[in-house]
Design a protein around this ligand. Structure first.
Ligand code: ATP
Ligand code: MG
Length: 233
Protein backbone atom coordinates (compact mmCIF):
# COMPACT_ATOMS: atom_id res chain seq x y z
CA UNK A 1 0.00 0.00 0.00
CA UNK A 2 1.22 3.50 -0.74
CA UNK A 3 0.22 6.54 1.27
CA UNK A 4 -0.41 6.74 4.99
CA UNK A 5 -2.11 3.91 6.88
CA UNK A 6 -4.06 6.57 8.82
CA UNK A 7 -5.15 10.00 7.63
CA UNK A 8 -7.13 12.41 9.79
CA UNK A 9 -8.42 15.51 8.03
CA UNK A 10 -9.90 18.56 9.73
CA UNK A 11 -11.33 16.51 12.60
CA UNK A 12 -13.85 18.25 14.84
CA UNK A 13 -15.32 16.89 18.08
CA UNK A 14 -17.87 18.71 20.25
CA UNK A 15 -19.58 17.83 23.50
CA UNK A 16 -22.53 20.21 23.68
CA UNK A 17 -20.93 23.63 23.80
CA UNK A 18 -17.40 22.33 24.37
CA UNK A 19 -15.34 22.33 21.18
CA UNK A 20 -12.81 19.69 22.20
CA UNK A 21 -11.14 19.19 18.79
CA UNK A 22 -11.06 22.13 16.41
CA UNK A 23 -9.89 21.07 12.97
CA UNK A 24 -7.06 18.60 13.60
CA UNK A 25 -5.21 16.97 10.71
CA UNK A 26 -2.42 14.40 10.96
CA UNK A 27 -1.32 11.15 9.44
CA UNK A 28 0.75 8.07 10.14
CA UNK A 29 2.77 6.10 7.61
CA UNK A 30 2.69 2.32 7.89
CA UNK A 31 5.19 1.10 10.50
CA UNK A 32 5.66 4.53 12.03
CA UNK A 33 5.28 5.65 15.64
CA UNK A 34 3.41 8.95 15.71
CA UNK A 35 2.71 10.81 18.92
CA UNK A 36 0.17 13.47 19.83
CA UNK A 37 1.19 15.29 22.97
CA UNK A 38 -0.57 17.94 25.00
CA UNK A 39 -1.70 18.96 28.46
CA UNK A 40 -4.86 17.94 30.33
CA UNK A 41 -7.93 18.75 28.28
CA UNK A 42 -6.02 19.42 25.05
CA UNK A 43 -8.27 16.98 23.19
CA UNK A 44 -6.00 13.93 22.99
CA UNK A 45 -8.55 11.33 24.10
CA UNK A 46 -11.25 12.93 21.98
CA UNK A 47 -9.08 12.48 18.88
CA UNK A 48 -8.16 8.89 19.67
CA UNK A 49 -11.78 8.04 20.52
CA UNK A 50 -12.97 9.54 17.24
CA UNK A 51 -10.39 7.54 15.26
CA UNK A 52 -11.32 4.31 17.04
CA UNK A 53 -15.06 4.82 16.51
CA UNK A 54 -16.04 5.53 20.12
CA UNK A 55 -16.93 9.19 19.60
CA UNK A 56 -18.78 10.48 16.56
CA UNK A 57 -16.92 13.39 14.96
CA UNK A 58 -18.77 16.63 14.30
CA UNK A 59 -16.71 17.20 11.16
CA UNK A 60 -13.76 16.00 9.15
CA UNK A 61 -12.71 12.72 7.66
CA UNK A 62 -10.75 9.68 8.88
CA UNK A 63 -9.17 7.20 6.46
CA UNK A 64 -7.66 3.85 7.48
CA UNK A 65 -5.72 2.00 4.77
CA UNK A 66 -7.37 4.29 2.26
CA UNK A 67 -10.95 3.54 3.37
CA UNK A 68 -13.24 6.15 4.91
CA UNK A 69 -13.92 5.02 8.51
CA UNK A 70 -15.32 8.32 9.79
CA UNK A 71 -18.55 6.69 10.89
CA UNK A 72 -17.50 3.08 11.32
CA UNK A 73 -18.32 1.71 14.80
CA UNK A 74 -15.49 0.55 17.06
CA UNK A 75 -16.24 -3.21 16.96
CA UNK A 76 -15.98 -3.24 13.17
CA UNK A 77 -12.69 -1.33 13.30
CA UNK A 78 -11.22 -3.91 15.68
CA UNK A 79 -12.04 -6.63 13.14
CA UNK A 80 -10.42 -4.61 10.37
CA UNK A 81 -7.15 -4.18 12.31
CA UNK A 82 -7.47 -0.91 14.25
CA UNK A 83 -7.55 -1.13 18.06
CA UNK A 84 -7.28 1.24 20.97
CA UNK A 85 -5.73 0.81 24.41
CA UNK A 86 -7.93 3.20 26.41
CA UNK A 87 -6.89 5.74 28.98
CA UNK A 88 -6.96 4.28 32.49
CA UNK A 89 -6.44 0.73 31.11
CA UNK A 90 -10.08 -0.35 31.68
CA UNK A 91 -9.34 -3.94 32.42
CA UNK A 92 -12.04 -5.95 34.21
CA UNK A 93 -10.72 -6.45 37.72
CA UNK A 94 -12.81 -9.45 38.75
CA UNK A 95 -12.14 -11.43 35.57
CA UNK A 96 -8.91 -13.39 35.25
CA UNK A 97 -6.00 -12.22 33.11
CA UNK A 98 -6.92 -14.80 30.48
CA UNK A 99 -10.59 -13.80 30.47
CA UNK A 100 -9.53 -10.19 29.89
CA UNK A 101 -7.33 -11.26 26.99
CA UNK A 102 -10.17 -13.28 25.47
CA UNK A 103 -12.26 -10.13 25.37
CA UNK A 104 -9.72 -8.73 22.91
CA UNK A 105 -10.36 -11.43 20.31
CA UNK A 106 -13.23 -13.89 20.47
CA UNK A 107 -11.28 -16.35 18.30
CA UNK A 108 -8.32 -16.12 20.71
CA UNK A 109 -6.02 -15.80 17.75
CA UNK A 110 -3.10 -14.03 19.35
CA UNK A 111 -3.28 -15.03 23.03
CA UNK A 112 -0.24 -17.33 22.80
CA UNK A 113 1.78 -14.56 21.18
CA UNK A 114 0.77 -12.16 23.94
CA UNK A 115 1.94 -14.65 26.59
CA UNK A 116 5.22 -14.93 24.69
CA UNK A 117 5.69 -11.18 24.78
CA UNK A 118 4.53 -10.75 28.39
CA UNK A 119 5.65 -13.77 30.43
CA UNK A 120 4.21 -12.17 33.58
CA UNK A 121 0.73 -12.41 32.07
CA UNK A 122 1.25 -16.10 31.33
CA UNK A 123 2.31 -16.69 34.94
CA UNK A 124 -0.72 -14.84 36.24
CA UNK A 125 -3.23 -16.09 33.66
CA UNK A 126 -5.65 -17.48 36.27
CA UNK A 127 -5.40 -14.54 38.69
CA UNK A 128 -8.07 -11.86 38.86
CA UNK A 129 -6.78 -8.93 36.82
CA UNK A 130 -7.45 -6.62 39.76
CA UNK A 131 -4.63 -8.30 41.69
CA UNK A 132 -2.00 -7.22 39.13
CA UNK A 133 0.24 -4.23 39.80
CA UNK A 134 -0.39 -1.01 37.87
CA UNK A 135 2.38 -1.80 35.41
CA UNK A 136 1.13 -5.35 34.91
CA UNK A 137 -2.38 -4.03 34.33
CA UNK A 138 -1.02 -1.72 31.63
CA UNK A 139 0.72 -4.71 30.01
CA UNK A 140 -2.61 -6.56 30.16
CA UNK A 141 -4.41 -3.63 28.53
CA UNK A 142 -1.80 -3.57 25.76
CA UNK A 143 -1.89 -7.37 25.49
CA UNK A 144 -5.66 -7.34 25.14
CA UNK A 145 -5.29 -4.99 22.17
CA UNK A 146 -2.56 -7.16 20.60
CA UNK A 147 -4.60 -10.38 20.61
CA UNK A 148 -6.63 -8.87 17.77
CA UNK A 149 -3.34 -8.68 15.78
CA UNK A 150 -3.88 -5.04 14.81
CA UNK A 151 -2.09 -3.22 12.01
CA UNK A 152 -2.71 0.07 13.84
CA UNK A 153 -2.71 0.43 17.63
CA UNK A 154 -3.76 3.64 19.38
CA UNK A 155 -2.47 4.09 22.94
CA UNK A 156 -4.04 6.67 25.26
CA UNK A 157 -1.56 7.76 27.97
CA UNK A 158 -0.06 4.34 28.70
CA UNK A 159 2.48 5.81 31.15
CA UNK A 160 -0.12 7.51 33.34
CA UNK A 161 0.28 6.86 37.05
CA UNK A 162 3.23 4.47 36.72
CA UNK A 163 6.59 4.58 38.52
CA UNK A 164 9.55 5.69 36.34
CA UNK A 165 11.00 2.18 36.03
CA UNK A 166 7.63 0.85 34.87
CA UNK A 167 7.27 3.75 32.44
CA UNK A 168 10.59 2.59 30.92
CA UNK A 169 9.16 -0.91 30.54
CA UNK A 170 5.98 0.37 28.91
CA UNK A 171 7.97 2.48 26.44
CA UNK A 172 10.15 -0.57 25.76
CA UNK A 173 7.06 -2.58 24.85
CA UNK A 174 5.76 0.23 22.64
CA UNK A 175 9.10 0.27 20.81
CA UNK A 176 8.89 -3.49 20.28
CA UNK A 177 5.36 -3.24 18.91
CA UNK A 178 6.57 -0.71 16.40
CA UNK A 179 9.63 -2.81 15.51
CA UNK A 180 7.34 -5.73 14.77
CA UNK A 181 5.75 -3.61 12.02
CA UNK A 182 2.57 -2.43 13.73
CA UNK A 183 1.85 1.27 13.30
CA UNK A 184 1.51 3.09 16.62
CA UNK A 185 -0.35 6.29 17.46
CA UNK A 186 0.63 7.28 20.99
CA UNK A 187 -1.14 9.99 22.95
CA UNK A 188 0.78 11.30 25.97
CA UNK A 189 1.08 14.10 28.50
CA UNK A 190 4.66 12.89 29.00
CA UNK A 191 5.67 14.86 25.91
CA UNK A 192 9.43 14.59 26.07
CA UNK A 193 9.37 10.88 26.63
CA UNK A 194 6.83 10.28 23.87
CA UNK A 195 8.75 12.43 21.37
CA UNK A 196 11.94 10.52 22.13
CA UNK A 197 10.19 7.30 21.15
CA UNK A 198 8.40 8.69 18.09
CA UNK A 199 9.18 9.26 14.42
CA UNK A 200 6.76 12.17 14.06
CA UNK A 201 5.10 14.37 16.64
CA UNK A 202 2.12 16.68 16.85
CA UNK A 203 1.74 19.14 19.72
CA UNK A 204 -1.83 19.82 20.67
CA UNK A 205 -3.17 22.78 22.67
CA UNK A 206 -6.86 23.60 23.19
CA UNK A 207 -8.02 21.25 20.46
CA UNK A 208 -5.59 22.44 17.79
CA UNK A 209 -2.21 21.32 16.50
CA UNK A 210 0.26 24.09 17.26
CA UNK A 211 3.50 22.39 16.16
CA UNK A 212 4.32 19.29 14.17
CA UNK A 213 7.28 17.65 12.52
CA UNK A 214 9.86 14.94 12.88
CA UNK A 215 10.05 14.18 16.61
CA UNK A 216 13.79 14.91 16.76
CA UNK A 217 13.20 18.37 15.29
CA UNK A 218 10.50 19.17 17.84
CA UNK A 219 12.84 18.10 20.65
CA UNK A 220 15.49 20.41 19.21
CA UNK A 221 13.18 23.42 18.79
CA UNK A 222 13.64 25.89 21.66
CA UNK A 223 10.15 27.41 21.22
CA UNK A 224 8.60 23.98 21.54
CA UNK A 225 10.80 22.97 24.44
CA UNK A 226 10.13 26.15 26.42
CA UNK A 227 6.40 26.31 25.80
CA UNK A 228 5.43 22.64 25.92
CA UNK A 229 8.16 20.40 27.29
CA UNK A 230 9.23 22.23 30.44
CA UNK A 231 12.38 21.53 32.37
CA UNK A 232 13.93 18.12 32.14
CA UNK A 233 13.35 15.98 35.20
N1 ATP B 1 -17.94 13.39 27.51
C1 ATP B 1 -17.62 14.68 27.60
N2 ATP B 1 -18.55 15.63 27.83
C2 ATP B 1 -18.24 16.94 27.91
N3 ATP B 1 -16.98 17.42 27.76
C3 ATP B 1 -16.02 16.53 27.54
C4 ATP B 1 -16.27 15.13 27.46
N4 ATP B 1 -15.09 14.50 27.22
C5 ATP B 1 -14.15 15.47 27.17
N5 ATP B 1 -14.71 16.68 27.36
C6 ATP B 1 -13.99 17.98 27.33
O1 ATP B 1 -13.33 18.07 26.08
C7 ATP B 1 -12.03 18.65 26.25
C8 ATP B 1 -10.97 17.68 25.74
O2 ATP B 1 -10.99 16.52 26.56
P1 ATP B 1 -10.09 15.23 26.27
O3 ATP B 1 -10.51 14.19 27.22
O4 ATP B 1 -10.13 14.90 24.83
O5 ATP B 1 -8.64 15.80 26.63
P2 ATP B 1 -7.27 15.04 26.91
O6 ATP B 1 -6.22 15.78 26.14
O7 ATP B 1 -7.42 13.59 26.66
O8 ATP B 1 -7.03 15.31 28.48
P3 ATP B 1 -6.33 14.37 29.60
O9 ATP B 1 -4.86 14.52 29.40
O10 ATP B 1 -6.77 14.99 30.89
O11 ATP B 1 -6.80 12.97 29.42
C9 ATP B 1 -11.91 18.98 27.72
O12 ATP B 1 -12.28 20.34 27.87
C10 ATP B 1 -12.92 18.07 28.38
O13 ATP B 1 -13.42 18.63 29.56
MG1 MG C 1 -7.23 11.96 27.83
Amino acid sequence: MTGPILTVEDLRVRYGRVEAVRGVSFDAAAGELVTLVGANGAGKSSIINAVSGLVRPRGGRILFEGRDITRTPAHRLVRSGLVQVPEGRQILATLTVEENLRLGAPRRAGIGEVYGRFPVLAERRRSPAGTLSGGEQQMLAIGRALVARPRLILLDEPSMGLAPRIVDEVFGVIGEIRSSGTTVVLVEQNARRALRAADHGYILASGEIVHSGPAAELLGDDRVVQAYLGVET
